[in-house]
Design a protein around this ligand. Structure first.
Ligand code: NG1
Ligand code: ZN
Length: 534
């Protein structure tokens, strides 16, 4: 009976009137918003099935992050607030692409495959959306899908992607992680932030004001609340907070624009040497930057966030006298200088994994404390149960000196500033501000820790990007045959030369990354490798 409802509903309200195939990639489904109604409805169905299988609350987020305003997308959030488990991505792709009259049979197939025997249980599905004009009707489609198969949709309205991940995690942790709502989120993060900051809001070269670019999206909307909760503890000067439907979402501003164009965003006052930050359209990425007296942009991207955070955690860990292993996870896009700095100077182990947050997150869980960031500014810190437990135990222990106990308390507060579920621009900003404050640094001091190698990221449009296959965390090609040897020959000509080629998981292009000791060399190396790919 339930199956019949699903089908009838689909045919009437969300028919699949296209032949175009769509794929659940690293960022879920993402395309023109007008193409997504039926896909999102079906993700509502899948979320309930996943929830019954995991016996947990699942999330559905409607967003296309840094894409232009007419695009939209949908992704599912797993019980601990992580990205959907990879093996289910194939089911997502399958259920999204079958004709309407095969929906029933795919649902039955999933039920059978995963031996789902609790089809009458009504788990909650948490739904969130960004500020795109197309988001409300898509969130409604998700809720319809959830209801059609007997689940319980709960719509949180406009929230950042990381907020929705956080709510799902709280819900499934029996509220041990925090309260699954916005008040709970701001309270947890801001209480810890203020405690760490103490009474002295400025310190050394650190000034208590940050210029914030909200990308005309949810990151702007949400920072208004944050400002209220923080009060004087951090002065946030917000720009790019245009209203919904202005068409300006991510337009010439936001974290993706600043990082990929290496340009100062429009809409932000161009004052020299001022600490600025930008978030992206769903507030899960963050970059810092400033312009110098000569109008040159200095960018602190995800690699810089990672090294700053890891170095600070290492410092406090030493003060606690507790032996926990700390590690950093990067992708091949991390600047070689950052990897060298963190391994050789900070002596923190680094692992490299394929592109995609799920890979970074997964690897970070191998450490007691795992810091991970993509160069584009998406990342967070994860703390193992063991780490949290030993910190809590030692905080009470007689063996620890007063000084060590202070460090332990500091680290425990720092954990509460972090959204461990997923990379979170708001939480990451509070974390960076905490560290700069503690160190008494301005952004220039931060920049001095190491010097980035000149680098170049190019897109090459090819006939079929699927012929490119990689290995070694995407750092080497295994197909087409012979191409890797040619790349090796080119890179060996340049001091500190490094280059790799991989098919994009989100666009129909092949990406070429190049890095070398000088700007002139990197231009040459990038162009030479791109020509081989073309
Ligand atoms: P692809 O298109 O697979 O390179 C891009 C980003 C990733 C990640 C995903 C998901 C680069 C080079 N790649 O992946 O870091 O953020 O999008 O949004 O920035
Ligand atoms: Zn994003």
């Amino acid at each position: 009976n339930q199956l019949r409802t699903i089908y009838a509903f689909a045919r009437e309200m969300y028919p699949r009137n296209t032949k175009t195939q769509i794929q659940y990639g690293t960022a879920g489904f993402r395309t023109k918003a007008t193409m997504l109604d039926y896909v999102v409805y079906r993700m509502g169905l899948l979320a309930v099935l996943r929830g019954r299988y995991k016996k947990a609350c699942i999330g559905v987020m409607i967003t296309a992050s840094h894409n232009p305003e007419p695009d939209n997308g949908v992704k599912l959030v797993d019980p601990m607030g992580e990205m959907l488990e990879q093996s289910w991505e194939e089911w997502a792709t399958k259920i999204a692409n079958v004709p309407d009259d095969q929906l029933e049979s795919v649902v039955s197939e999933i039920v059978k495959e995963f031996k789902i025997d609790n089809m009458n249980e009504r788990f909650e599905v948490y739904i969130g959306k960004d500020t795109r004009p197309s988001s409300p009707s898509l969130a409604e489609a998700a809720a319809h899908g959830v209801r059609a198969i007997g689940g319980k949709p709960m719509d949180f309205g406009i929230v950042t992607t990381p907020q929705l991940h956080y709510f799902v995690r709280c819900r499934n942790s029996r509220n041990e992680y925090g309260q699954p709502n916005e008040v709970g989120y701001y309270t947890k993060l801001c209480t810890a932030f203020k405690k760490l900051r103490g009474d002295g809001y400025s310190n050394g070269k650190y000034e208590n004001t940050i210029v914030y670019d909200g990308a005309n999206g949810v990151g702007a909307k949400k920072v208004k609340f944050l400002k209220e909760v923080l009060g004087d503890a951090l002065k946030i000067e917000m720009y790019n907070d245009e209203i919904i439907g202005s068409g300006k979402l991510n337009h010439l501003c936001g974290a993706d624009f600043v990082k990929s164009q290496q340009k100062f965003p429009t809409g932000v006052p161009n004052k020299p040497n001022v600490r600025c930050c930008s978030v992206d359209g769903d507030a899960d990425r963050l970059v810092y930057y400033y312009k110098d007296d000569k109008d040159v942009l200095h960018l602190m991207d995800g690699d810089r966030l990672a090294t700053l955070i890891a170095s600070y955690i290492k410092e406090i860990l030493q003060e606690t006298g507790i032996d926990l292993n700390l590690g950093l996870v990067q992708t091949a896009y991390a600047n070689g200088a950052s990897t060298e700095y963190i391994t050789k100077q900070l002596k923190v182990p680094v692992s490299c994994v394929p592109t995609g947050v799920k890979h970074l997150h997964h690897k970070a869980l191998d450490y007691d404390i795992g810091v991970y960031f993509e160069a584009n500014g998406h990342g967070t810190v994860v703390f193992s149960k063991n780490a949290k437990q030993s910190l809590k135990n030692e905080a009470q222990s007689n063996r620890k000196s007063a000084e060590e106990k202070r460090a332990i308390a500091k680290l425990l507060d720092l954990i509460d500033v972090v959204n461990e579920a997923v990379g979170d621009a708001i939480s990451d900003m509070l974390l960076v501000e905490t560290i700069l404050h503690a160190k008494g640094w301005d952004i220039q001091e931060w920049e001095k820790t190491y010097e980035d190698l000149p680098n170049k990221l190019l897109k090459v449009v090819v006939e079929d990007r699927n012929i490119f296959a990689t290995t070694d965390a995407e750092r080497r090609l295994v197909a087409p045959e012979g191409l890797q040897e040619q790349i090796d020959a080119l890179t060996s000509k340049y001091p500190k030369g490094r280059s790799f080629v991989r098919p994009s998981g989100t666009e129909d292009v092949v990406r070429v990354y190049a890095e070398a000791a000088s700007a002139a060399d990197v231009e040459r190396l990038g162009a030479e490798v791109a020509l081989k790919v073309f």
